[in-house]
Design a protein around this ligand. Structure first.
Ligand code: GAL
Length: 874
């Protein structure tokens, strides 16, 4: 049964698990039950739940500090000084006098530092340091009687935190990032010790912006970005060349307890490094620990970073004195470096240079425990590839399809392919060039805030699966769960919870008629000013890849298709459509593509979205080296690729480059140009066929295909039964005009406007001949674009939900269906009509935005439904 509240819990749990405690002096945290706690500053009244753009999710509420503090006060975990909220509401600038008033009634105060982040624009250097207002507040606090300050960092991008050391009253600092809709509560969970902080940093925090190796080269020119630093991104740079510039190292985070590592070591088995260690909680309270595994490769002909993350694990919650044995494993070949030029033993190859590879387990990149050494006696290539960006243009050597024209026999539907009655190649070969091209174009949007459909060749059984943003929640016009931003998700290092978040989003998306989620987003945090860093995970590709894979697995476990984005090297937002990322092949392979490679291989996402930027002179969506060479030939990816929205790149170039779908809906002229290029012999038929193959292959994985959801009447399978309806009963608020149809199994009813403002439902009493699973379908006719029928049994248990994501006029009927289990004999079935999954439909119609958004709802009769049951053969 659909339960949004459960998903809110996942959001809260993940947020709290991700938060990183950076400072905790004089045991200010956790807050104790007798502590009088208040807030200072207007920012505390409106916490930032997440970033803008595709990461902005509409949700039922956003928990404030006041909510969080009140919850904890009610549980007796602190004393909430409520009037600090009122003071914040009316105070623009806190002078010493106001602060002294607050000091008189509080023991500990909370302040926050906030920064936004959104797609389409980068952050500025000015925002990197503290603002004049922030400095003034801190100075006044120092001059006042306030004694203990807890600073909450409510942003995802790294900012300059070195100034904090100048203000000794700031005792504790919590990196809460953008924690999603439960932010106030999740922060208070950590501050009160209900959750012992176990998040660790996924980015290095240096002293100043200029300390970052990219600072000089970030956004210096709207047309190009030189990735001068090569592989030395984030901690790879700092730990190798500039240790002294680091304020908080990668992987760092405090806890309210302490952990000891013992018995650490590794064995090599079947080309894998298998590390084991014991982690013991030697402190006074329960907690979890993230253990990282690093490798330090020998300096040979290829320069190497001092340390590289190779694996990680997180303990369960350990009680004081409790020990857990952890295993961390990675392949020996993961320690190889990419040799672009052939300075070692091979060119365009992954190479293990001879020497000692030191293996560590670690609390952070600075807190290492030496597990042992792995020796490579002779330099060797572990994998030979081709340089895709520095040598001649990619030439496709093999194609699954030919240019032959086949005689068309009986029409093959995509369902024939999925049922094993026909093969995929025959399905593709029957399509005309126009039909093949149409499969490469974005298709109509079926509901508000949807982003576009794909496929949509109905006469061949290809439905129009719907996409929606985005990375931290299903972005819809209806409320869904807003999860923490991607950076915070990664800071949890908790793949189990990340899977749970993916599954929660999967369920919400699937239940609201979505097929394809446009996420996770997983570009590298190359520079702290990256506008979309909140949507991306980390400066490190391993943690990015593993986090994305866990989310994709979760999403797809619930039937929602995932889309990894933005492939690749989208690391700045200003002028993102024209910016050319100039990246050396080694840095691409080891840093910018590595995370995608891990996620593709571990989780097989149904879709990949290319990026807006150019990569080494070519738009990524038209980049055959990237899309055909690396993605298809090397990684053997079989899903579909789509462009980012309105990218302005020629679809002809994209078809040649290997991008499969031009997004969004509304570019038929681009399709015309592809047709012309085909007619002129510039694009061969086999290329159009191959492109269409990837599209339909991925469509077969979608909800719409599996549910036969065409937005039109679809075929009914199973043994059709004439099930007697004993009575239509209890027409509580919906006075239904029904007419018994000739076959005795269908009813027709209308709900008028007045009725639909109430909870409208209808009871059926059915006489079921044998116990089993029934396909129940209702034909409905509605001008509401998002319609659902919920099926309940007489005890109020939801048995199933049928969805229709298309509006129509009265002449068109849609069939929605679901499967439910019914017992033999009399079954009472309640049908509730709803417009979104969480509230019965009265909410939708009564909601404040609806009359404007959907003026046509003023019509009188908008609902009609016919009910039909058929038994499902097992
Ligand atoms: C773009 C964004 C993508 C995708 C798309 C659809 O602006 O870059 O990530 O979400 O919009 O909304």
């Amino acid at each position: 049964m659909f339960d949004l509240k459960k998903n809110y819990e996942v959001s809260r749990k993940l947020a709290a698990q991700g938060m990183v405690l950076l400072e905790n002096n004089e045991h200010v945290l956790p807050i104790q039950s007798m502590d009088r706690v208040g807030i200072i500053g207007k920012e505390c009244l409106n916490l930032i739940k997440g970033g803008g753009g595709s990461g902005n999710v509409k949700c039922e509420y956003v928990k404030s500090f006041a909510d969080g503090l009140r919850e904890k006060a009610e549980e007796g975990k602190l004393i909430f000084v409520e009037n600090t909220i009122e003071i914040a509401e009316k105070t623009e600038a806190y002078d010493v006098c106001i602060l002294n008033q607050i000091a008189a009634t509080t023991d500990k105060v909370i302040i926050t530092m906030q920064r936004q982040g959104t797609e389409g624009e980068d952050r500025t250097v000015e925002e990197f340091g503290p603002t004049a207002q922030e400095v003034e507040l801190l100075q006044n606090i120092e001059a006042s009687d306030i004694k203990k300050v807890i600073l909450i960092l409510n942003f995802a991008n790294v900012v300059d935190l070195s100034f904090i050391k100048k203000y000794p009253k700031v005792k504790s600092v919590l990196f809460a990032s953008m924690p999603g809709m439960e932010c106030g509560s999740a922060i208070m969970d950590v501050l009160c010790g209900d959750v012992n902080p176990s998040g660790k940093l996924v980015d290095t925090i240096a002293y100043t912006y200029e300390d970052y190796p990219t600072a000089e080269w970030f956004n210096y020119n709207p047309r190009e970005t030189k990735y001068q630093e090569g592989i030395f991104v984030g901690y790879r740079y700092f730990e190798t060349f500039a240790k002294e510039k680091v304020l908080y190292p990668f992987g760092y985070g405090l806890s309210y307890t302490r952990f000891e590592y013992s018995n650490y070591g590794f064995v090599e088995e079947e080309d894998n490094i298998k590390i084991t260690l014991d982690v013991t909680n030697v402190g006074a309270c329960a907690g979890r620990e993230v253990v990282q595994a690093y490798c330090s490769a020998p300096q040979g002909k290829l320069p190497k970073p001092a340390l590289e993350l190779k694996g990680y694990a997180k303990t369960k919650e350990l009680n004081p004195g409790e020990t857990e044995t952890l295993n961390i494993q990675f392949a020996v070949k993961e320690m190889a470096s990419y040799d672009t030029e052939g300075v070692t033993v091979a060119k365009a190859a992954w190479v293990l240079e001879k020497g000692i590879y030191r293996i560590y387990v670690a609390k952070s990149v600075r807190h290492l425990y030496h597990c042992g050494d792995y020796e490579v006696a002779e330099t060797m290539a572990t994998e030979q590839t081709i340089n895709r960006f520095t040598e001649e243009k990619y030439i496709q050597k093999q194609c699954r399809f030919s240019d032959d024209i086949f005689e068309i026999g009986e029409k093959i539907s995509l369902y024939d392919v999925s049922d094993g009655k026909a093969d995929m190649d025959s399905f593709i070969n029957q399509l005309s060039a126009e039909e093949l091209i149409s499969l490469g174009l974005g298709q109509p949007i079926a509901f508000p805030m949807g982003t576009s459909g794909i496929g949509n060749l109905k006469k061949y059984g290809v439905p129009n699966p719907q996409t929606a943003d985005g990375p931290v929640g299903v972005r819809r016009s209806v409320n869904t769960t807003c999860f923490p931003c991607s950076t915070l998700i990664a800071c949890s290092w908790d793949q189990e919870l990340q899977f749970a978040m993916g599954a929660a989003m999967g369920y919400e998306g699937y239940s609201t008629g979505i097929d394809i989620l446009l996420g996770p987003a997983m570009n590298i945090h190359r520079d702290p000013l990256g506008g979309r860093n909140n949507e991306y995970f980390s400066e490190d590709p391993l943690i990015s890849g593993k986090t994305a894979a866990a989310l994709v697995k979760g999403l797809q476990s619930e039937g929602l298709c995932a889309t990894l984005k933005h492939f690749a090297a989208n690391n700045c937002e200003d002028s993102r459509n024209v910016n050319n990322s100039i990246v050396e092949e080694r840095a691409l392979r080891e840093i910018y593509l590595k995370g995608f490679e891990i996620a593709v291989k571990e989780s097989n996402p149904a879709y990949i979205m290319t990026s807006y930027n150019l990569l080494n002179g070519e738009h990524t969506s038209a980049n055959a080296g990237l899309l055909r060479g690396i993605l298809r030939d090397e990684w053997h990816y079989e899903g579909a690729t789509m462009t980012d929205w309105r990218n302005g790149v020629s679809m002809v170039d994209e078809v040649i480059g290997g991008n499969n779908i031009k997004m969004p809906f509304g570019y038929p002229d681009e399709g015309e140009k592809v047709l012309k290029a085909y007619q002129e012999g510039k694009i061969p038929l086999r290329m159009l066929r191959e492109n269409a193959f990837y599209v339909v292959n991925s469509v077969m994985k979608t909800r719409s295909f599996k549910q036969h959801d065409f937005g039109i009447i679809h075929k009914m399978e199973g043994e059709s039964l004439d099930i007697p309806v004993l009575k239509v009963n209890g027409l509580a608020s919906a006075r239904i005009t029904h007419a018994r149809r000739e076959d005795g199994a269908e009813y027709l009813f209308h709900l008028n406007r007045e009725q639909r403002n109430q909870r409208s439902f209808v009871y059926y009493v059915l006489d079921i001949p044998k116990e089993g699973e029934y396909r129940i379908s209702a034909e409905i006719c509605t001008n509401c674009p998002e319609t659902q029928i919920w099926f309940y049994d007489e005890d109020g248990n939801r048995l199933g939900t049928a969805y229709c994501s298309v509006a129509t006029d009265e002449s068109k009927w849609y069939t929605v269906e679901t499967k439910i289990n019914l017992k033999k004999g009399e079954n009472m079935l309640k049908l509730v009509f709803a417009n979104e999954p969480y509230k019965e439909y009265e909410y939708f119609f009564a909601g404040p935005e609806i009359p404007n958004a959907w003026p046509e709802l003023a019509k009188e009769d908008i609902w009609m439904a016919k009910l039909k049951l058929s038994y499902v053969n097992k």
